[in-house]
Write a protein that binds this ligand. Sequence first.
Ligand SMILES: [Zn+2]
Length: 242
Amino acid sequence: MKRMGDLIVLELEATLMGGPMVIHPVAIVMPDGTLTLVDTGIPGMTDAIDAELKAAGHSLADVKQVIVTHHDLDHIGSLEAVVAATGAEVLALEAEVPYIDGRERSQKMPSEEQVQAMLVDPNLNPAMRAMITRPPVKVPVTRVLHDGDELPGGIRVVATPGHTVGHLSVYLTGSKTLITGDAMTSEGGTLNGPNERATPDMAGALQSVKKLSGLDVQTVLTYHGGLVTENADAQLKALANI
Ligand SMILES: [Zn+2]
């Protein structure tokens, strides 16, 4: 966990497809002392989230709303459990809602026919088997967001489609912090573009990077890669010009 002003940046070790990785949900301390959580990690992470929040002097019980950047399983895996534990509101962009509440299959999941074909393959890896057979996450979205919405605490919603159809990023106007979700990645403080392999609409995603580069940014937080604090604004603008 890293505490930066009103931000609690979580550092959670997760093993999903592609092996172990550290992912970064973040909690924003609201003016009334409650927490707004941005993304929830893979399934089974509520205890780890609670432990990280406790290390920062808060707890999972303080979470009153969850902003979902997008519906990939490494972002909504523990959403249902977090909502069950806290009764928190769930906020997402309109285009992402049917993928979160379970009306639509995940944009990146194989089709039903492909799943059936994969399941009869004796060489199918167990992690992949578990992934494609687990029931979809179904969590009602209680507040539909739109591009440019401003929430209390200086939270601005920025629509950044590409990685998924209704992907959003969060800009904190007070600290000039940009929380990118998967609209961008980073490594060791160096900002990178979106992960091409996991981004079905790369052209749209690059447009979204351009859009984000119009913001006045001091700090960038990517879900995969963590904090970018050195020359974040210059790095963002350079990335948008590629
Ligand atoms: Zn992700």
